[in-house]
Design a protein around this ligand. Structure first.
Ligand SMILES: [Zn+2]
Ligand SMILES: [Zn+2]
Ligand SMILES: [Zn+2]
Length: 86
């Protein structure tokens, strides 16, 4: 399933038009992923190396969130309709 685009072409929130701000990813604590080489006892030269990129932030460690969260039901509904007709 494709994630609907939440950021418009100007880099603002596609739902309400507010500015977006960067927030550290909660899923990976801003690390962008974690090290998972499949070994119980990791013997890698670089045990900090990220081998599993975080799916929440695509390995960025941060993502843009709308500064006006939460959105109202009306805003989300209007945005859904716009997305559906696009
Ligand atoms: Zn918004
Ligand atoms: Zn993440
Ligand atoms: Zn390892």
């Amino acid at each position: 399933m494709n994630t609907p685009k939440l950021i418009d072409d100007e880099g603002c929130c596609a739902i309400c038009g507010s500015m977006m701000e960067l927030e550290a990813c909660h899923a990976c604590d801003g690390e962008g992923g974690h090290h998972d080489c499949g070994e119980d006892t990791c013997a890698c030269a670089d045990p900090e190396e990220i081998t599993q990129f975080c799916s929440e932030c695509d390995g960025e460690g941060e993502y843009l969130v709308c500064m006006s969260l939460p959105h109202s039901e009306e805003q989300i509904e209007a945005w859904r309709k716009k997305e559906a007709s696009a």
